[in-house]
Design a protein around this ligand. Structure first.
Ligand SMILES: Cc1cc2nc3c(=O)[nH]c(=O)nc-3n(C[C@H](O)[C@H](O)[C@H](O)COP(=O)(O)OP(=O)(O)OC[C@H]3O[C@@H](n4cnc5c(N)ncnc54)[C@H](O)[C@@H]3O)c2cc1C
Ligand code: HEM
Length: 406
């Protein structure tokens, strides 16, 4: 709880902080990276360049202040979970909260100038640390559960044992711990962070990849789409590196499995809806259910540009054999190549029509794909009476607060 005096000060200064959010964020990162250039290796440089993620941290502090002062009723539990899982997958430490807090407060002071009296600074500091403490506590728990020792590293070397071309733009890597140790279990839907040292002295970059095989096996699999630059933008740093530079026998640094969104939620009928590379959690779910709950009624809805772009499609006939109650509904924008190669599925042309998704009233739904796609599908399912708490979704990018309301 924010103290009463601080709450009044925060409420009074909230509009000024909100109005200057972008300037505060810019100054915050400039200051922090000048003082701590090593943090450039932890933050996603492409998100910094495109501005995508930049706002998320400061925006979260402001949204939290709104909540504390009674200005909003967004449920914070899921938001804190999402941030904490992302943080621990990056190895964020409690000490780094002091660095971030110092530079964030200094940026507020620089941008708002004299308006930031000692009283105002203290009130915002209180907000920051209330939020930081919530995150630090959750993150400590997640580190413990994942077996990361106190002050230990999340990174472990994994050896690439297979590299399989799935489509023109997608490859899968199979991986085993380089030290021959046990392969950690995970929940379908969880991801691992992959840290790579880019060539040309560009330093380290970290990205998340959902595990696309079943838990409990003797290896992990990740399935990576190569991101090409559009409108003159550069090609994706890490996906291009993984496609071009990483081969069987190489080692990669991976985090333990994290991620709060299960792709096998609840019990009973399950609907997995994906588009493009967003099918990786669904593939982990199907592989898992084929072993653990083969009778579970599952509908797989997948949208892709074409059958030839549909990664891991060759795995589906085998899964269909093992899962007698699996029904598939595919949408290909281009259906000229939609030979189904032993697959029993309904195939339509064009984009997913949420009205045509077969949904049992008791079903749990998992969505993964581009945010506009998920907005359309979720909106359609909500209109058809599926309650929001039964629609889980994963964003393959910075899940800013607005994404909590897709
Ligand atoms: C939880 C989670 C799970 C995920 N699971 C998967 C998965 O299973 N499979 C998968 O393939 N991906 C997955 N992703 C996405 C993955 O983490 C990466 O975001 C993706 O591979 C792109 O990373 P990159 O380094 O190749 O691209 P980046 O270098 O991050 O580039 C991203 C975009 O930014 C643009 N950009 C960069 N700099 C500039 C600039 N200066 N000007 C203009 N544009 C610019 C690039 O052109 C590109 O379009 C997941 C993400 C999350 C968060
Ligand atoms: C109260 C303090 C903090 C808040 C409110 C906060 C908030 C956030 C949010 C909202 C995200 C986006 C989550 C997502 O992708 O879904 C994020 C990601 C991230 N945070 Fe934090 N954060 C805080 C502290 C820190 C600290 C101390 C560090 C370490 C220096 C840090 C490093 C990162 C990084 C590296 C990412 C991934 C972003 C990227 O793509 O570059 N954060 N944080």
């Amino acid at each position: 709880m924010l103290s009463e005096s601080s709450a009044a000060v925060v409420a009074a200064t909230l509009p000024a902080v909100q109005a200057n959010g972008e300037a505060i964020t810019d100054r915050f990162y400039q200051r922090m990276f000048d003082a701590h250039p090593e943090l450039l290796n932890i933050f996603n440089r492409s998100n910094q360049a495109t501005g995508q993620q930049k706002a998320a941290l400061a925006a979260a502090v402001v949204a939290y202040a709104e909540q504390l002062t009674g200005g909003s009723s967004v449920p914070w539990g899921p938001i804190l979970d999402r941030i904490a899982h992302k943080h621990v997958s990056l190895g964020i430490t409690a000490t780094q909260y002091t660095i971030v807090g110092r530079h964030l407060m200094a940026a507020v002071g620089e941008v708002l100038g004299e308006a930031v009296t000692p009283e105002v600074a203290a009130a915002w500091d209180e907000v920051y640390w209330l939020l930081a403490c919530e995150l630090i506590a959750r993150e400590a728990r997640l580190y413990t559960e994942a077996g990361v020792p106190e002050n230990g590293s999340v990174w472990r070397d994994w050896r690439v044992t297979g590299k399989v071309r799935e489509t023109a733009d997608v490859v899968s890597f199979t991986l085993v711990p380089a030290d021959g140790g046990p392969v950690p279990g995970f929940t379908p839907g969880q991801y691992t962070s992959v840290a790579v040292d880019l060539d040309g002295g560009r330093g380290q970059q970290i990205r998340q990849y959902s595990l696309s095989n079943r838990p409990g096996g003797d290896h992990w699999r990740i399935t990576v789409k190569r991101v090409r630059g559009v409108d003159g933008g550069p090609d994706g740093m890490v996906s291009t590196f993984l496609h071009e530079r990483v081969e069987v026998g190489d080692t990669l640094r991976l985090s333990p499995p994290f991620g709060e969104v299960s792709a096998v939620p609840g019990e009973g009928p399950l609907v997995l809806v994906s588009a493009g590379i967003g099918l990786t959690p669904a593939m982990a779910a199907l592989e898992h259910l084929a072993v653990t709950e083969p009778e579970r009624p599952v509908v797989l809805v997948h949208a892709d540009r074409a059958g030839t772009a549909h990664a891991m499609r060759d795995d589906l006939p085998r899964l269909q054999e093992k899962l007698p109650n699996l029904r598939m509904r595919l949408w290909y924008e281009d259906v000229t190549d939609s030979q189904l190669l032993g697959l029993t599925a309904e195939v339509a042309s064009g984009r997913v029509d949420p009205e045509l998704i077969p949904v049992n009233p008791d079903a749990h739904v998992h969505l993964c794909g581009p945010v506009p796609f998920m907005n359309i599908v979720r909106g359609g399912l909500l209109r058809r009476g599926v309650p929001s708490e039964r629609i889980a979704y994963e964003v393959f990018g910075p899940g800013m607060l607005r994404d909590e309301r897709v």
